[in-house]
Design a protein around this ligand. Structure first.
Ligand code: HEM
Length: 188
C-alpha cells in the first residue's frame, strides 16, 4: 500500500517538476520583474540541492525507512532545483544586463555560478528515462556532477553574500556525512 502511495506521489511530483514548475516560474518572472525574486530562486535552488544530496547519507546513517523512500523521489526534486537555478541565473543576467566578460575570472562569484549552472543544465537534460536508457552505466557517472555543482554553488553564494564561513561549514558537514555513510554501509 505504502509502495502504491510512493509511486503515485512520484508521478504527481514528476508532472509538477517537468510542467508546472517551469510554467509558474516563466509566468511569475515575466510579471514580477524584481531582483529579490530572482535571488530568492537561487536561495531555494541551493537549499533544494543541499537537501537532495544530504538525503542519501542521512538515510544510510539513520536507517529511517521514510527517508529511504524520499531518496527515490530525488529525480523530480532535482528537476525542480534545475528550473529554479536556470531562472535565477537567466533572469539575473537579463535584469542586470550582464555580459560574458562581467562573469569571468576566478575572483568573480558569478563565474562559479555560471559553471554550476552549466553542470546543472547537463544534470537537468539527462534526468529522464530516455537518457537513462541511452547512457546506461555512464548515466550514474553523469549524475556524480551534482557534487561539484554543490560545491560551486556554495562558493558562488558564499562569495555573493561575503560570508565564506557558510561554504566551509556546509562543505565540511557534507563530506563528513558522506564518509560516515560510506563506512556504515561498508560494514553491513
Ligand atoms: C549563470 C549563472 C548564475 C548567475 C548569473 C547568478 C547570479 C547571481 C547574482 C547576481 C547574485 C547576487 C544577487 C544579489 O544579491 O543581488 C547571486 C546570488 C546567489 N546565487 Fe546565483 N547565479 C547563477 C547561478 C546560480 C546557481 C546555479 C545557484 C544555485 C543552484 C545560485 C544560487 C545563488 C544563491 C544561493 C545566491 C545568494 C542569494 C542571497 O544573497 O541570498 N546561483 N547569483
Amino acid at each position: 500500500m505504502q509502495q502504491v502511495i510512493i509511486l503515485s506521489l512520484k508521478k504527481y511530483l514528476e508532472w509538477t517538476a517537468y510542467v508546472i514548475v517551469p510554467f509558474v516560474l516563466a509566468v511569475l518572472s515575466s510579471v514580477v520583474v524584481e531582483r529579490e525574486l530572482y535571488t530568492f530562486y537561487g536561495t531555494l535552488a541551493e537549499i533544494g540541492l543541499i537537501f537532495i544530496l544530504l538525503l542519501k547519507p542521512i538515510s544510510q546513517i539513520s536507517g529511517w525507512i521514510s527517508l529511504r523512500q524520499l531518496v527515490g523521489l530525488r529525480r523530480p526534486m532535482g528537476v525542480t532545483v534545475f528550473w529554479l537555478a536556470l531562472f535565477h541565473g537567466a533572469m539575473l543576467i537579463y535584469e542586470r544586463n550582464l555580459l560574458w566578460s562581467d562573469m569571468m575570472g576566478l575572483d568573480n562569484y558569478l563565474f562559479y555560478g555560471v559553471v554550476a549552472l552549466l553542470g546543472m543544465i547537463i544534470l537537468g537534460i539527462t534526468s529522464n528515462n530516455f537518457s537513462l536508457r541511452t547512457l546506461k552505466k555512464n548515466w550514474k557517472r553523469v549524475q556524480y556532477l551534482a557534487y561539484p555543482v554543490l560545491f560551486l554553488t556554495l562558493l558562488h553564494s558564499a562569495m555573493a553574500e561575503g560570508e565564506m564561513i557558510k561554504f566551509y561549514v556546509v562543505s565540511t558537514l557534507f563530506v563528513a556525512l558522506k564518509v560516515w555513510a560510506h563506512q556504515k554501509t561498508r560494514k553491513r
